[in-house]
Design a protein around this ligand. Structure first.
Ligand SMILES: [Fe+2]
Ligand SMILES: [Fe+2]
Length: 281
């Protein structure tokens, strides 16, 4: 089976041609499944244009939200309304499985996904700064603090989505018909996905780019063969060893950036991957 995974397309008319080009390149790859790993577009009509852009790639499609997708800066709807209703409804209208609500099983392969909110686990451990610090300085670092209006703290929201995700992952892990699982998240789950920490600023910034605790939970589910994540806008590829009787976990980030989208094609017969890129201007 061939699976195309893209992320962080941030649909915008200025780079609509580039996104169309990526959709056409992916269509030529004839994948069996396309997954969008969040940051599809905002406000909502850009999110739907992002979904529509990739509708021609293949019949079977799935998506998760990214942090930008729940921004409410036009003030016509709240982040809560987007998260709970408007985004999943749009995905359904364009025939994408909303992985935050349900798994996909294709043959003996399970696909499980989540936005996987950052829980500050990516922070530099030597900085000795607590969760309240990272929540309070967030407006100076991330527009998530300015454009997301739900009542939950980052830690609360990260826990809330992790609970649902773990339950769905266990459904696949305990399903005798499922041999291998692929996990797709918006926020990465492993420190190796992040930028190296050479400055104090990077040590702080990385707090908003990972949920490390969730990664450790994924590692314990032995059927998970590969994890694909977005959010960081750069390419990383890791192999994480597990028990001798369990295959290593392959971890990838999608190297899309604003106006220069990219995707990864995974072949589940060989577990090899290939990057498809569209160059920016
Ligand atoms: Fe992004
Ligand atoms: Fe993001």
């Amino acid at each position: 089976m061939r699976i195309a995974i893209t992320s962080d397309i941030h649909f915008f008319p200025q780079w609509a041609d580039k996104l169309q080009e990526l959709a056409e390149l992916l269509q030529l790859e004839r994948p069996d499944l396309l997954v969008l790993a969040g940051d599809i577009g905002e406000p909502l009509y850009m999110f739907t244009r992002g979904l529509d852009n990739f509708s021609s790639v293949c019949e079977q499609r799935a998506a998760v939200a990214g942090n930008h997708d729940v921004w409410h800066r036009t003030f016509t709807y709240t982040s809560d309304h987007l998260w709970n209703s408007l985004l999943p409804e749009a995905a359904s209208a364009y025939h994408y499985t909303w992985l935050e609500h349900q798994n996909l099983v294709i043959g003996d392969l399970g696909i499980c996904g989540t936005i996987a909110w950052y829980d500050y686990g990516g922070k530099h451990p030597h900085l000795q700064l607590d969760d309240d610090f990272y929540q309070s300085i967030k407006p100076q670092i991330s527009n998530d603090a300015n454009y997301i209006d739900w009542p939950w703290t980052d830690i609360e929201f990260a826990q809330q989505v992790a609970e649902g995700f773990e339950a769905r992952l266990d459904d696949l892990q305990n399903n005798p018909d499922v041999k291998n699982i692929i996990v797709v998240t918006h926020v990465p789950l492993f420190k190796g996905c992040l930028k190296p920490i050479n400055t104090v600023e990077q040590g702080i910034l990385n707090a908003y780019y990972a949920n490390i605790e969730l990664g450790q939970k994924v590692l314990k589910r032995g059927k998970v063969r590969a994890v694909f994540s977005g959010h960081v806008h750069h390419a990383r590829q890791l192999r994480i060893a597990r028990h001798a009787d369990t295959s290593a976990l392959a971890v990838y980030t999608i190297p899309s950036d604003y106006g220069s989208p990219a995707a990864i094609i995974l072949n589940t017969s060989t577990w090899e991957t290939e990057i498809i890129r569209v160059a920016g201007d």
